[in-house]
Write a protein that binds this ligand. Structure first.
Ligand SMILES: [Ca+2]
Length: 625
């Protein structure tokens, strides 16, 4: 008997796309030799009856039948999982529905009460005893999409290390720019500042990025600034409020948005309220702002709750109303100041019911176009149901999949990469998937070029690793979601992260850049920004060939879905040894053009023949003869 997977309460299964327009997804799991060959949705328009069993089946109102389209299959171990979907248009505000699945000569009806075999092909198209799912216009608000994210490319900046344009604000003991990094880099300053970012805006504009994500910029005690002293002030060694205003205004004039890092789970021991508790002990009005274990408070011992047991980072008690109000006031202030979004540090550690929902309301009530990204490292759809975050940091696709695939790690076959990509395609609502924050590295990881074998900080990047990064980035830029570049990756910066050693946070060497990578990223950014096929999250797999090592997928053009050759086709391999493969692409008279190399490929009835000489990615588009 086949298995059926359907969770009507999850937006990845039932998703209101527009008033009266619904995306319904369904999965079947069956033995290979008895695979489900068709699924349809039987819809009964109108208000669902209170006692469906008393309704005469087939009588008015008439039942509507929507065949579901088979989008993808995953076969293995004698079973096949099939992924189905349909878009349903309803005139009425409510309807009820069941599924009918077909496996050979057998027909199954599936509803909320269970599933049942339909006696024969002449049976009515549904069975009352399996019950009816209900669809109501009022049961789901439209999924809020931030329009500008659909063609955005984000650039992450670690402010102390990007550019120093004002030496007057450098803290004492600042290391000369490009001087050696020290083991404890959080105590080491290079003097980077907001004026430096502003000075380099023309560079970022030439590269083509459309948004900056800045690591924390509020007053703090370290160069990473995750130990906030005061959320209401810009860190003096980064500049003044006027500097920030000037940066924001100049960036906006160039069409570049700015996203700030919100670190609300914990503060630094220098935080004003924590300092008050240190001074006044139990008599401090801020004593409930933290989880103090004993008095006097000893920052050297850490006799209070702190982030990951690190005494310099006391945990805030966000369930305490004044703390919540303070944080939301801060959020209100900076959002009203004109920023374009928030990246939220360890939001899963703030386990206070309703806090992130309230955070979202505050942000969106001031700027409905603000983009909210959570630092969640694992796949977790619960954050993306439309009431908390717009996207998550997508380490599962980047660091955890693209990186081992392009490192050629054992077991990382095309079909494995496909299954990781597929997992999120079906776990998240499509609108959320298109807003994922697609990182491949960050200030918290090794630099991607080092991970790909490029070498360590101070070395010259190995050409074979540069080729791997180019192949990886082309996949990153054509997957659904917002591609993110960690500052300097586009210049070929190397940097290894080790215990107490953060070479991935080294200052930018403005005298030196890898021109090949820089031009490659520029081209990718241009493609991402201009091709409608890369908006949204529609993706289908074309090929996952573990024999030749080639993975290919298609991003169809949403304006031309009926045309099987519309959109872009990405094909990639991480293999070192030369290989040939056929991409099963629709035959088109003009052949295909690789948007990256400018090379043309003939289209044959079987598809397109490709010759690979090491790791590479092509982005193919059908051309007119
Ligand atoms: Ca400075």
């Amino acid at each position: 008997m086949p298995g059926f997977v359907f969770e009507p309460s999850e937006r990845s299964f039932v998703n209101r796309l527009a008033p009266g327009r619904w995306l319904i997804r369904f999965r079947t799991v069956s033995e290979t030799e008895a695979a489900v060959t068709g699924v349809s949705l039987v819809v009964r328009p109108g208000e669902p009856a209170e006692q469906p069993e008393q309704v005469e089946v087939g009588g008015p109102p008439p039942l509507l039948r929507y065949p579901l389209v088979l989008i993808d299959t995953d076969a293995g171990n004698g079973s096949v999982t099939a992924f189905w979907e349909a878009i349903v248009e309803l005139k009425e505000w409510a309807a009820s529905y069941q599924f009918v699945a077909e496996a050979g000569t057998r027909l199954w009806a599936i509803g909320p009460e269970g599933q049942a075999l339909l006696a024969t092909a002449t049976s009515p198209p549904c069975l009352p005893e399996v019950g009816w799912y209900s669809l109501r216009e009022t049961c789901q608000p439209l999924y809020p999409v931030v329009p500008w994210t659909q063609e955005a490319v984000v650039y992450q900046i670690f402010p102390d290390r990007f550019a120093n344009a004002d030496t007057k604000n450098d803290p004492p003991g600042t290391t000369p720019w490009n001087g050696p990094i020290r083991p404890d880099t959080s105590r080491q300053y290079f003097g980077g500042d907001l004026a430096g970012i502003r000075q380099r805006l023309p560079y970022l504009n030439e590269l083509g990025v459309t948004a900056l994500y800045l690591n924390p910029i509020f007053a703090a005690s370290s160069s990473h600034r995750y130990d906030t002293v005061d959320y209401r002030r810009i860190d003096p060694s980064l500049g003044t409020l006027d500097d920030f205003r000037a940066l924001l205004d100049d960036a906006h004039r160039m069409g570049i948005r700015i996203i700030l890092d919100g670190v609300f789970n914990h503060v630094g021991t220098g935080f004003w309220a924590f300092q008050d508790v240190c001074r006044r002990g139990a008599a401090s009005p801020y004593v409930d702002w933290f989880y103090i274990h004993s008095f006097p408070v000893r920052p050297d011992l850490g006799n209070y709750e702190c982030w990951w047991g690190i005494p310099s980072l006391p945990k805030l008690n966000v369930s305490h109303r004044p703390v919540r109000e303070h944080l939301l006031e801060v959020v209100r202030y900076w959002t009203a100041f004109g920023i374009d979004g928030w990246r939220l540090d360890v939001p899963n550690e703030i386990q206070v019911l309703g806090f992130w929902e309230e955070f979202r309301q505050v942000v969106k009530s001031i700027n409905p176009q603000a983009y909210i990204v959570g630092e969640i490292w694992r796949p977790d759809p619960s954050w993306l149901q439309g009431d908390r975050f717009d996207g998550l940091m997508n380490y599962p696709w980047g660091l955890d999949a693209l990186v081992p695939f392009f490192r050629n790690e054992r077991g990382w076959t095309p079909s494995r990469l496909r299954s990781v990509i597929r997992h999120l395609l079906w776990a998240y609502p499509p609108q959320a998937l298109a807003m994922m924050f697609n990182v491949v590295d960050s200030h918290d990881t090794d630099r991607v070029l080092s991970l790909l074998g490029g070498g360590n900080l101070g070395e010259k990047p190995r050409p074979e690793a540069v080729a791997r990064l180019k192949a990886l980035a082309a996949v990153q830029f054509t997957l659904p979601g917002v591609p993110v570049i960690y500052y300097g990756d586009e210049r070929g910066m190397l940097g290894e992260k080790r215990d107490n050693w953060d070479a991935q946070r080294a200052p930018v060497n403005w005298q030196e850049r890898n021109e090949e990578l820089f031009q490659w990223y520029k081209r990718l950014i241009q493609i991402r920004r201009t091709h409608p096929a890369l908006r949204g999250s529609r993706l289908t797999f074309v090929l996952a060939d573990d024999h030749t090592g080639v993975l290919a997928f298609r991003r169809p053009d949403p304006r031309d879905l009926e045309n099987p050759a519309s959109g872009l086709f990405t094909a990639t391999t991480a293999r070192d040894e030369p290989t040939r493969s056929f991409l099963p692409l629709p035959e088109v008279p003009g052949g295909y053009l690789d948007l990256l190399s400018g090379k043309r490929f003939y289209s044959e009835p079987r598809g397109v023949q490709m010759t690979w000489n090491g790791p590479a990615t092509v982005i193919l588009q059908a051309t007119q003869p």
